[in-house]
Design a binder for this molecule. Structure first.
Ligand code: DSN
Length: 456
């Protein structure tokens, strides 16, 4: 981890002081708001006893949670380190520099902004700072596994700019010829490469080639695969994209928040004479945001430090191999897996053709048994996003629980048992065999107890 704590304003407090502070805080919560206190306990129990296979989350490392829940929340710190609009920022400046240094180190970036409140905000910053209202943008369609902030009509990105979308080919892969053809036709000012439900490797070089051909900026939104990219388990877009955005919670086991990263493009001169790095800095503050969430930046610093360690790299190898194993085990049991497998942490299954039930019914039936996934549209889906024909699995939490291949096989077996024992009475209602449910719930509890997430 990068250590830049030479300029601490005060000597380190003893660990005892911190224990006292957090202990008193917990006592005060119990006394002053027992309802909330109990809800915290209930949520901890729920998380301990369920298998969270939702691909867009990872259990936040307790140390990062502690930093996020710290008294850094008391500091208003508009501006950037060394140039704040408020007093009292000496430690905050050090924390933000630490987070920036670690982000640069982990992703091999030349410039990092750690202030975006989320990846969606980071995407909004990029678009608002680089484009004019009405400019054409091109990204993967929401229905094909893109993201709201990539130009969906219901999102500000789709209302402010003129959105165009590419889709997936019938085998579930990005069709780069279609992307190129679409880019030639619509001449986007911004080409977006980034997905939320795509299980395969993204070819950043081809995206950049297409962007260059039509004179577009290339935005790589690596939100879902940030951990794999950091660990070298997925190619990095840093050399190819003009701008890279990500969040810190989906695969970095950190707080909910965003990052903007720049590679060689940091020094690129824009039409107004400013560099891309300068444009992103002012794009975050003051263009889109006011004061940053400093406690979140402290937690980002922790997560980014951890992401540079050998233990994190080993975890990301597990994330990939466990997802591949899950895909194989489902296929072995007759489940139709989109694209026939996975290169990352995501497995998308066609539950309609495999079990005759919709994605929403599958999601609910699995949840009743303690397995958490999300309904997901699949290529050519006839159902809406609220119903869907598929579900999406992710392996971030399995890796955090230290799963091995036998655990994955057991989970795949449970998934198949549960969905075989579920009958849809309509697209959104179903009946589940009570015996299947009882046995599965017990088995999931057993797995969770044997494989707790570290620190939980
Ligand atoms: N983008 C949504 C997902 O992938 O689940 C929420 O973050």
């Amino acid at each position: 981890m990068t250590q830049t704590t030479d300029h601490l304003a005060t000597p380190n407090r003893t660990t005892g002081d911190l224990h006292r502070f957090y202990g008193q805080a917990l006592d005060a919560l119990e006394l002053s708001d027992p309802i909330l206190h109990d809800l915290l306990g209930a949520e901890l129990d729920r998380q301990r006893e369920t298998l969270a296979l939702v691909a867009s989350c990872s259990p936040v490392t307790p140390a990062a949670l502690l930093a996020e829940g710290s008294f850094f929340a008391n500091v208003t710190a508009e501006g950037y380190p060394g140039a704040r609009f408020h007093a009292g920022c000496v430690n905050v400046d050090t924390v933000e520099r630490l987070a920036v240094d670690r982000a640069k180190e982990v992703f091999g970036a030349r410039h990092a902004n750690v202030q975006p409140h989320s990846a969606s905000t980071a995407n909004q910053v990029v678009m608002t700072a680089l484009l004019r209202p009405g400019d054409p943008i091109l990204g993967l369609g929401l229905d094909a596994g893109g993201h709201l902030s990539h130009g969906a009509p219901v999102n500000a990105s789709g209302r402010t700019f003129t959105p165009y979308h590419y889709g997936l080919s019938p085998d579930g892969m990005i069709d780069y010829a279609e992307v190129r053809e679409s880019a030639r036709r619509h001449r986007p000012r911004l080409l977006i490469a980034g997905t939320t439900a795509y299980p395969r490797t993204i070819d950043w070089a081809v995206f950049r080639e297409i962007a260059d051909e039509v004179g577009a900026y290339l935005l790589a939104d690596i939100t879902h695969i940030a951990g794999l990219v950091a660990a070298g388990e997925h190619p990095s877009p840093m050399e190819h994209a003009h701008v890279v955005t990500t969040c810190t919670h989906k695969q970095l086991y950190g707080p909910r928040g965003g990052l903007i990263l720049l590679g060689e493009s940091a020094d690129l001169k824009l039409a107004d004479g400013r560099t891309l790095a300068q444009t992103m800095q002012s794009g975050v503050f003051p263009l889109m945001q006011g004061a940053p969430v400093v406690n979140s930046i402290a937690a980002k610093a922790y997560a980014l430090g951890a992401a540079g360690t050998p233990a994190f790299k080993a975890r990301m190898r597990d994330v990939r191999s466990l997802a591949a194993e899950l895909a194989d085990q489902l296929i072995l049991r007759g489940v139709r897996v989109i694209s026939g497998g996975t290169d990352n942490h995501i497995v998308v299954a066609d539950v309609l053709s495999s079990f005759g039930i919709t994605g929403v019914n599958a999601e609910k039936a699995l949840e009743e048994c303690g397995i958490l996934v999300n309904k997901n549209r699949i290529v050519g889906d006839a159902h809406s996003a609220r119903v869907t024909s598929g579900v999406r699995f992710g392996s971030n939490s399995m890796a955090a629980r230290g799963f091995d291949t036998a655990d994955v096989a057991r989970v795949a077996g449970l998934v198949v048992d549960i969905l075989t024992g579920t009958e849809g009475s309509s697209d959104t209602t179903y009946v589940i065999d009570p015996l299947v449910q009882m046995n599965a719930r017990e088995a999931v509890r057993d797995i969770c107890h044997r494989r707790p997430v570290d620190g939980y």
